[in-house]
Design a protein around this ligand. Structure first.
Ligand SMILES: Nc1ncnc2c1ncn2[C@@H]1O[C@H](COP(=O)(O)OP(=O)(O)OP(=O)(O)O)[C@@H](O)[C@H]1O
Ligand SMILES: [Mg+2]
Length: 318
């Protein structure tokens, strides 16, 4: 099957700022790929380039095997874009928005009527058929935004932080919706700062820093790169002594802001951890299996602490 998206050695400058610096990525049919990374690392720029909203300076971008440059504006028919900034018309009704975008993408009258009815129904927008979009909650606007992005049945759906601005309930509804799309075979490239969201939705994740991919793989593959099976989040009034003890036990120590995270080589009970740290002024301990958040901290944003460096006591994220 043809690779849906193949990006190789992509470079983008904004003025003198080298925003994408040799970025690469492949998205295969039916995959949900998550692009993660700190603010300003270039996630939206990648999506905007693939969605033909901005140009790039160097590299290869292929959509369904064809160079993006050669496809020109035909590429817009192949992708559906749900950008960070909502592009809906607030004074129109949900179906009017869908009809508008269906016309933009050149659907015939018959196709348009059918597709709008189908999306209104499957996204449960029928309930709000008579509500102007500006009056919808953020969650329902985002639902409509997704429906608009799918109006022309694109081969690739681009979602830029699809749940960033919505409450918990709406976020969970959107997750179910995106899972439904995933399960019906929609190919999706999404960005997120929400690591639990990426862990839940994505079949593969690419982690970025400064315009490059620094780690990629399935969630289990990324979890396997963490030097530990479980993480203990510990508060202590004497972090130096705690660190010293943990290192002497052969545990890996990470400090992010004021939180000390101990990566444990195997699952230990709370009792075993507390006993092992006895005498190190521990005021709170929480233990859980490692998650994508630990992989992210490990692969994108941590400064390793070793026995020789820990005497400095100050460990700051990059
Ligand atoms: N139109 C533009 N003109 C100039 N600089 C831009 C433009 N768009 C983005 N940038 C810069 O490019 C860099 C990457 O921006 P981008 O929006 O791709 O980051 P991001 O990873 O999506 O960040 P966030 O997580 O905050 O959404 C940032 O430093 C940003 O300020
Ligand atoms: Mg962004």
């Amino acid at each position: 099957m043809t690779t849906v998206l193949h990006i190789d050695d992509l470079h983008k400058w904004y003025g003198s700022q080298h925003v994408l610096n040799g970025f690469h990525l492949r998205v295969e049919p039916g995959e949900v790929v998550g692009l993660l990374g700190p603010n300003g690392c270039g996630k939206s720029t990648v999506l905007n380039i693939v969605g033909k909203l901005v140009s790039y300076d160097h590299g290869q971008v292929r959509l369904m095997g064809k160079p993006l440059m050669e496809l020109g504006y035909r590429a817009r028919g192949m992708v559906g874009v749900c950008s960070q900034h909502c592009a809906l018309y607030p004074d129109l009704l949900p179906a009017e928005n869908l009809h508008f975008f269906a016309r933009v993408y050149g659907l015939s009258d018959k196709q348009r009527t059918q597709r709008v009815a189908e999306l209104m129904h499957s996204f449960e927008l029928d309930n709000y058929a008579h509500t102007r979009v500006g009056k919808l909650s953020g969650g329902w606007q985002q639902r409509l935004h997704l429906a608009v992005a799918l109006i022309h049945r694109p081969q690739l759906l681009l979602l830029d932080e699809p749940t960033a601005a919505v409450d918990l309930q709406a976020r969970m509804d959107l997750w179910r919706l995106i899972e439904g799309l995933r399960d019906s075979g929609t190919t999706i490239l999404l960005t997120s700062h929400h690591l639990a969201e990426a862990q839940r939705l994505c079949s593969r994740v690419a982690m970025m820093r400064c315009g490059q991919v620094v780690a990629e793989g399935s969630v289990p593959q990324l979890l396997a790169r963490i030097p530990g099976q479980a993480v203990a989040m510990v508060q202590s009034t004497d972090s130096a002594a705690l660190t010293q003890r943990a290192l002497s036990l052969g545990w890996t120590v990470r400090q992010h802001a004021d939180q000390i995270r101990l990566l444990l080589p195997h699952d230990l009970s709370l009792r075993e951890i507390v006993d092992a740290l006895d005498g190190t002024q521990v005021s709170a301990v929480r233990v859980q299996p490692v998650t994508l958040e630990d992989a992210y901290l490990e692969l994108v944003g941590h400064t390793p602490i070793t026995a020789s460096s820990q005497t400095e006591h100050t460990i700051t994220p990059p």
